[in-house]
Design a binder for this molecule. Structure first.
Ligand SMILES: CC(C)(COP(=O)(O)OP(=O)(O)OC[C@H]1O[C@@H](n2cnc3c(N)ncnc32)[C@H](O)[C@@H]1OP(=O)(O)O)[C@@H](O)C(=O)NCCC(=O)NCCS
Length: 168
């Protein structure tokens, strides 16, 4: 992601409702300026087709957190999310991080299928949706229930290469 792309990224993220919402322009400036190594974009024929926002934890540098993954509705099921997460994973490995983790809304079955396909584990929660997704109540604060997923970058090194992970 670069500063020049901020308006396009904001527009793309706005298409993700209800699961992804556009953040403010200055948030994207922050991602493009301080976290660009883990905020890849996918451009298809000059059009912004996907973007991911992730960052390494300062509190625990072994963790890389994936905040948003958004693929344009007209470009889904073509491996774009797989490629974006592959870029994030490659950088996380170069840093020596131990795991990637992320959350999604409990009803987001497309995201659930994507994370599982990419080798993430749905962490145990205190409730389970009808689709069998484990959910941690109040994970992001009061009323913000989330399905939490993680991928172990140490044990997952070999399996990861089958999941679009460039490995190291
Ligand atoms: C979830 C999302 C990012 C997936 O992006 P994508 O580029 O379509 O994903 P990929 O093409 O890399 O899919 C990889 C695999 O995940 C699984 N998958 C992805 N979308 C799926 C869906 N809708 N239903 C079932 N499985 C799905 C499939 O196994 C797929 O491989 P296949 O197409 O060969 O069968 C996309 O649907 C999206 O942007 N959704 C709206 C925003 C959102 O919910 N983001 C996540 C919030 S945290």
């Amino acid at each position: 992601m670069s500063v020049e792309m901020i308006d396009d990224v904001e527009r793309l993220m706005g298409l993700g409702v209800p699961y992804v919402r556009a953040r403010g322009g200055s948030d994207y400036w922050l991602y493009a300026t301080l976290f660009s190594a883990t905020c890849p974009v996918a451009v298809d024929d000059g059009v912004l087709a996907g973007a991911a926002v992730a960052m390494r934890s300062q509190d625990d540098p072994g963790d890389v957190y994936v905040q948003d993954v958004m693929v344009h509705p007209g470009h889904r099921r073509r491996g774009i999310a797989t490629g974006l997460l592959g870029v994030v994973t490659g950088q996380a490995r170069r840093w020596g991080a131990r795991r990637l983790y992320l959350t999604s809304e409990p009803g987001n079955t497309a995201a659930d299928a994507t994370w599982r396909r990419l080798g993430f584990t749905n962490l145990p929660g205190d409730t389970t949706t009808d689709a069998g997704i484990q959910v941690v109540s109040d994970f992001k604060g009061c009323g913000r229930h989330r399905a939490v997923y993680q991928r172990d970058l140490v044990a997952g090194a070999i399996a990861g290469r089958r999941n679009g992970d460039p490995g190291e």
